[in-house]
Design a protein around this ligand. Structure first.
Ligand code: CP
Ligand code: NVA
Length: 318
């Protein structure tokens, strides 16, 4: 198994709004740190490097994994976390993002936010005196992609040189995976109906990352083309949070994009099936695939804890 070489990471005081802002060495460094923290966590060895630190977690959308893994992570690191429902804050009654950022900076050591518009998170980060972590916006889901790289690394022993095929909506998850893969030298093919292709500005950015890392980025409307010889097959829901009114139209548009056994015949024999969860069996993925032997979806969910602990230690350290 190839090991990731020891790398220095200095993210102290920084925000994590998108993995595009991190150097590939910093992403690899975080994965390396996550591997180390995971080993300790599994042995119940906790060092409490964030003793006394408090993370505020603002949620404008539902969450199971993000909420619980961030809160448990802070507790295991010796700190604590506050759950803040966006609608219960004065923010929900029109207090500005800038004022909210400055007020929360008086009490907290860091903010994790899950919301709709990515520009709101950028605005929050601009006005906060403390680090801001993106826990999902309509544009990106960087913490999930970080945990996914950790999962791939654990299962395959390497990252560069592998091929990930993402089948489905060109959404926040697709964007963060495109960035993560092209940064670390993994080939990535996205298959989506043309009208649901990833954002062209994100694609252009990833083309540049791919040039630097030597990765190959393909955007196609053909699931079979994407899946061919892939090491990892990834999918996500067809209707993301906030798009519920489009559900019927999306079910029709994505009809031919289900990840099922027939499609997977074209992948490498030892492929991994991945999904950020929550999943809709019978829509974006068949039950046999997500509940089958190649599926690593619960490892991914578990790795949210370890990847985010690495991030929290690096960002919130003294
Ligand atoms: N994958 C993920 O972010 O899950 P939650 O929506 O449950 O946080
Ligand atoms: N694309 C999904 C991801 C959920 C973790 C959404 O935004 O709802």
């Amino acid at each position: 198994m190839t090991t990731i070489q020891q790398l220095d990471v200095d993210l102290k005081g920084k925000d994590l709004l998108t993995l595009a802002d991190l150097a590939s060495e910093e992403i690899i460094g975080l994965i390396e740190k996550a591997v180390e923290l995971k080993e300790k966590t599994l042995k119940k060895q906790f060092d409490h490097p964030l003793k006394g630190k408090i993370l505020g977690m603002i949620f404008d959308k539902s969450s199971t994994r993000t909420r619980v893994s961030f809160e448990v992570g802070m507790i295991q690191l010796g700190g604590s976390a506050l759950y803040l429902n966006g609608n219960d804050l004065q923010l929900g009654r029109g207090e500005t993002i800038a004022d909210t950022a400055q007020v929360l900076s008086q009490y907290l050591d860091g903010i994790m936010i899950r919301t709709f518009s990515h520009s709101s998170v950028e605005e929050l980060a601009e006005h906060a005196a403390i680090p801001v972590i993106n826990g999902l916006t309509d544009l990106y889901h960087p913490c999930q992609a970080l945990a996914d790289l950790l999962t791939v690394y654990e299962k395959k022993g390497k990252l560069a040189g592998l091929k990930l095929a993402y089948i489905g909506d060109g959404n926040n998850m697709a964007h963060s995976l495109m960035i993560a893969c092209t940064k670390v030298g993994m080939d990535v093919s996205i298959a989506a109906p043309k009208e649901y292709f990833p954002d062209s500005a994100v694609t252009a950015k990833c083309e540049k990352f791919a040039e630097i890392s030597g990765a190959k980025l393909v955007i196609t409307d053909s699931p079979t083309e994407a899946v061919k010889d892939a090491d990892i097959i990834y999918t996500d829901v067809w209707t993301s949070m906030g798009q519920e009114a489009e559900n019927e139209q999306r079910l029709k548009a994505f009809h031919d994009y289900q990840v099922n056994e027939d499609l997977l015949d074209l992948a490498k024999k030892d492929y991994l099936f991945m999904h950020c969860l929550p999943a809709h069996r019978g829509e974006e993925v068949s039950a046999e695939v997500i509940d089958g032997p190649h599926s690593v979806v619960f490892d991914q969910a578990g790795n949210r804890l370890h990847a985010q602990k690495a991030l929290l230690v690096e960002i919130l350290k003294d």
